[in-house]
Design a protein around this ligand. Structure first.
Ligand code: ADP
Length: 662
């Protein structure tokens, strides 16, 4: 049997598979494109093989290159993850022809479920309820229109080769059918090279409820209960949970039995998911769910099932691939509590979920387990500093919370999202948090139309809290961040220079310029002129005071922008011009800032010292050269913010002069 596996994937799923494989004592091989040479999955694996340039067609979809990588490294098995080649029966056959084990179902089972029309026929024969509709050979526009009329509107046209919500059209009225058909056919042709469609009854109040199944090569088949994936935008899942809210035990049993039947009917082996559409208008019923399709691989949302069963599905996949029997029988499987997963994407929810790119200047999650069971689990395929590129799916991470109850799991997930900080790209964090606060969702009233109906409310940007620009101004000016860490504040303790010091910081946000005037209350402590909103810096970080209420906050500067994180939202400000900003921060020459990143070699000034214009105050070593920073005018040093030996970044304030009376 194999003791080394190659993971034919990237991102979080590759990292997730590697984690389990290692725990099981297996060696792992990652494959990567040029864009992923230093990616998380590559860093985690024992070995890595380059398989081509960034575009997926030249790398992750190259079956021969992947099989060759397995041969070269001596891997005995290939795990396909999801997407890419995972549901490609030709790939499975090629893997097996090369004498390797495919960690997944047999090619025949994938083929049986590959096309939606053939799959439905097969399921009908096996006695599994399927959505009423037409899935015949005839593809004449007239025939299809007649079938639609027979089924009764509203209907859904689906490209039979479709996936990921592509090639699907909802038609409410007969007169719209022809146009919608053309659209679905064109999309099917363009995306899958197959224009054939099927027509289905559109289920009203539809809920997407899917059953996780598992089969071994010895004829054992079990189900690992359901997941509700009704929260979708454009037919794509956003938040998934297990178990499904309001699922009666007898309906669960009926759906589970139908799913097991479906898997048996095609000789399935390994992990699979049977997706059902359920009519949620009067609660989930035994006669109110229908087979939609089967995904013959591990799903993105499998961690919620792991959380409620306490099992590792990748471990099960590997054990089944080794020829072992399923570790547990149906009556040994139990549901423990509730789990919810949110998919964190680099995308702009307010702009039609437009995918975004960018370097993740910051990526911080609250304490969580990674790729393994835990009350809070974060599966991220990227780390701080990595880039989200246009080549691949813009998913940043999956955040999964488990709790004793649905309420507890949801609260834990919301808390985690609110504490997550991403900088350098736009994300759907605010949208996800809004969903978790949505009353209907909280009450368990889910259907696939929820997001669409409430889209405006879910994507409206709440007003910016008053303390946000104050924090941004402080960070933009560099006053929040004494170079050299905590030292300078300690050094300043006991030093009383309460001379009024004022800085003006110019910031830009969404096309508007803001001028924030900060008045100094003491070392490291400022408030916005004319308000009761203050910010201060201590050894633990930034603290905000708003009319007596105090709380911690996070903000950071990256190049010419500042990001403030507040309850799951990121507010980004541009610093119009670094020199102008430094000038402004100094209110016309009160400040000496580092002109570039470097090391403070000498600090020649101390607080309270009188200085003359042009007098050297500090020496900065940068790019192997020394730069002398001089006093911009005659005056008295107010604060020294950098220690000798400290590393400073571009724009950091090194010293300030006491303000001058004009
Ligand atoms: P894809 O393979 O493109 O993901 P699916 O057939 O799995 O397409 O359907 C995707 C989603 O579309 C489902 O999760 C559900 O929200 C919706 N949907 C599919 N079929 C129906 C139907 N007959 N009635 C109502 N909604 C449906």
């Amino acid at each position: 049997m194999f003791d080394k596996i190659l993971i034919a994937n990237r991102g979080e799923i590759a990292a997730r598979v590697i984690t389990t494989a290692r725990r099981m004592g297996l060696k792992t091989v990652a494959v990567h494109s040029d864009a992923d040479a230093d990616a998380v999955h590559v860093r985690l694996a024992d070995e890595a093989v380059r398989i081509g340039p960034a575009p997926v067609g030249e790398s992750y979809l190259r079956a021969e290159a992947i099989i060759e990588a397995a041969r070269v490294t001596g891997a005995g098995a290939i795990h396909p993850g999801y997407g890419f080649l995972s549901e490609n029966p030709d790939f499975v056959e090629a893997v097996e022809a090369a004498g390797l084990v495919f960690i997944g179902p047999p090619a025949t089972a994938i083929r049986a479920m590959g096309l939606k029309d053939a799959a439905k026929k097969r399921m009908e024969e096996a006695g599994v309820p399927v959505v009423p509709g037409y899935h015949g050979e005839g593809q004449d526009a007239e025939v299809l229109a007649e079938e639609a009329a027979r089924i009764g509107y509203p209907v859904l046209i689906k490209a039979r080769a479709g996936g990921g919500g592509k090639g699907m059209r909802l038609v409410e009225r007969a007169e719209d059918f022809a146009d919608a058909l053309e659209g679905a056919q064109a999309e099917g042709q363009a995306s899958f090279g197959d224009a054939a469609v099927l027509v289905e009854k559109y289920v009203t109040s539809p809920r997407h409820v899917e059953i996780q199944v598992f089969a071994d090569a010895h004829g054992n088949v079990v189900h690992l209960f359901e997941r509700d994936c009704s929260l979708q935008r454009r037919h794509q899942k956003v938040i998934e949970e297990a178990p499904a809210p309001g699922m009666p035990e007898h309906v669960r049993a009926a759906m589970g039995a139908a799913a097991v039947e479906a898997a048996r009917a095609i000789g399935y082996v390994g992990a699979g998911t049977i997706e059902f559409i359920a009519d949620g208008s009067e609660g989930l019923r035994e006669d109110g769910f229908w087979f939609m399709e089967m995904n013959t691989r591990l799903q993105v949302e499998h961690p919620v099932t792991e959380a409620i069963t306490g099992l590792d599905l990748v471990e099960w996949q590997i054990r089944v691939a080794r020829g072992e029997e399923l570790p547990l029988s149906q009556d040994e499987l139990r549901i423990d509590g509730h789990a919810v997963e949110a998919r964190l994407y680099a995308e702009d929810a307010a702009r039609g979920f437009l995918p975004a790119t960018g370097r993740l200047e910051r990526l911080r999650f609250p304490d969580a387990s990674n790729f393994e069971l835990g009350a809070l689990r974060v599966d991220a395929g990227v780390a701080e500093g990595d880039a989200i590129t246009p080549h691949y799916d813009p998913m940043i991470a999956k955040v999964i919370a488990h709790g004793a109850t649905r309420q507890e799991a949801m609260a834990r997930l919301l808390g985690a999202l609110e504490a997550t900080q991403v900088g350098g790209t736009v994300t759907n964090l605010g949208f996800l948090a809004a969903l978790l606060r949505h009353e209907g969702f909280r009450a368990g009233e889910v259907d696939t139309g929820l997001i669409g109906r409430d889209l405006d409310a879910l994507t409206t940007k709440p007003a910016m809290p008053d303390h946000v620009p104050v924090l941004a101004a402080l960070v933009a000016s560099g006053l929040d961040h004494p170079p050299g860490g905590e030292g300078p504040w300690d050094a300043l303790r006991g030093f009383r220079n309460w001379g009024a010091s004022e800085i003006h910081v110019a910031l830009e946000r969404e096309g508007e310029t803001l001028d924030v005037a900060l008045l100094r209350d003491g070392p490291g402590s400022w408030h916005r002129e004319g308000t009761e909103t203050g910010v201060s810096r201590d050894t633990k970080g930034l603290e905000v005071t708003v009319a007596g209420r105090r709380f911690r906050a996070e903000a950071a500067r990256h190049g010419q922008s500042v990001t403030v994180w507040d309850a799951g939202r990121a507010f980004v400000f541009a610093i119009p011009d670094p020199l102008a900003a430094a000038e402004a921060a100094g209110a016309g020459g009160n400040a000496i800032a580092a002109p570039m990143p470097g090391l403070v070699k000498r600090m020649r000034a101390e607080a309270g010292q009188k200085v003359e214009k042009g007098q050297p105050l500090a020496i900065l070593e940068a790019m192997k050269m020394e730069h002398t920073l001089t006093a911009p005018r005659d005056g008295v040093v107010a604060e020294v913010l950098a220690n000798e030996g400290s590393q400073v970044s571009d724009g950091d304030l090194l010293l300030t002069l006491e303000a001058q009376d004009d």
